[in-house]
Design a protein around this ligand. Structure first.
Ligand SMILES: Nc1ncnc2c1ncn2[C@@H]1O[C@H](COP(=O)(O)OP(=O)(O)OP(=O)(O)O)[C@@H](O)[C@H]1O
Length: 253
């Protein structure tokens, strides 16, 4: 039986006394799934991530990570926010060691754990550079490395590739799928790009109503491994048009 990695049970949330963002939302994401979340700006996607990471606390219901609720969810999942949070005054290596050091690992031990990963993350030879000296794709790979180093099986990626040029973005998507498979992670990925959602994910969750009470769910009709060429299959193209239309009109799928 598939094991749930993340569950929302009747979760409600509003910022201060404002209009609710989530209203008794239920959701289950299974171990090693790749889920993308799409929806209009302001519909509550990043808020969902802030709730999962414990940056915000739900006003009702419960959030389970690997089957357990936690008094304090900080550090229980890996989180890559929209803006890379690399510290400009720290080198790539010193940025990468940060989550381990915060978890009580010595700097020397942290470096020893990171060194063998640099090659796979396309960062060999740049470990002593500062973030300002890196390309956009490299910065995102350092951020991703940091979220992987939290050690959690659940990773939340909030529009990680939106600032990249089209070619870099495509190669980062392929690279991410490789990493997801190799590292056996469960990924939640926010995007505004329907092609990206179709290429990457097993299921797409569409945020439509505000407050979000139910998620419209789309099972992506593509097997794995997949290639970008699969997105040009006539059946997928028809399907994509329909998805875009639904997103525009806000009509339930
Ligand atoms: N810190 C905050 N304080 C008060 N309201 C907030 C805060 N952050 C977000 N909101 C409000 O909560 C709602 C959901 O915002 P959220 O950032 O989750 O949307 P989103 O779907 O991630 O949008 P985008 O696609 O533009 O990133 C919006 O109405 C927003 O104005």
């Amino acid at each position: 039986m598939r094991k749930p990695a993340l569950e929302f049970r009747d979760v409600s949330f509003s910022y201060g006394g404002k209009k609710p963002v989530l209203d008794r939302l239920n959701m289950t994401i299974y171990d090693r799934e790749f889920i993308t979340i799409v929806g209009a700006s302001g519909s509550g996607k990043s808020t969902m991530f802030r709730l999962i990471t414990g940056l915000e606390i739900q006003s009702g219901g419960s959030i389970l990570i690997n089957g357990e609720t936690h008094e304090n969810r900080h550090g229980k999942v890996g989180y890559m926010p929209q803006q890379d949070l690399l510290m400009p005054w720290r080198t790539v290596m010193d940025n990468a060691t940060l989550p381990l050091e915060l978890g009580g690992v010595s700097k020397k031990e942290a470096k020893n754990r990171i060194l063998p990963l640099l090659d796979e993350f396309g960062l060999s030879g740049v470990e002593n550079k500062y973030p300002a000296e890196l390309s956009g794709g490299m910065k995102q790979r350092v951020s991703f490395l940091r979220s992987v180093l939290t050690g959690s099986n659940v990773l939340l990626l909030d529009e990680p590739f939106s600032a990249l040029d089209a070619i870099t973005r495509l190669s980062m998507q392929e690279w991410l799928l490789d990493q997801w498979e190799k590292r056996e992670k469960t990924i939640l990925f926010i995007t505004h790009d329907v092609n990206e959602a179709l290429f990457l994910s097993d299921r797409i969750f569409v945020f439509q109503d505000t407050p979000v009470h139910t998620l419209q769910e789309v099972v992506v009709p593509l097997g794995r491994p997949r290639s970008l060429r699969n997105l040009n299959d006539p059946a997928v193209l028809r399907w994509k048009d329909e998805l875009i239309e639904q997103l525009r009109s806000g009509v339930p799928l």
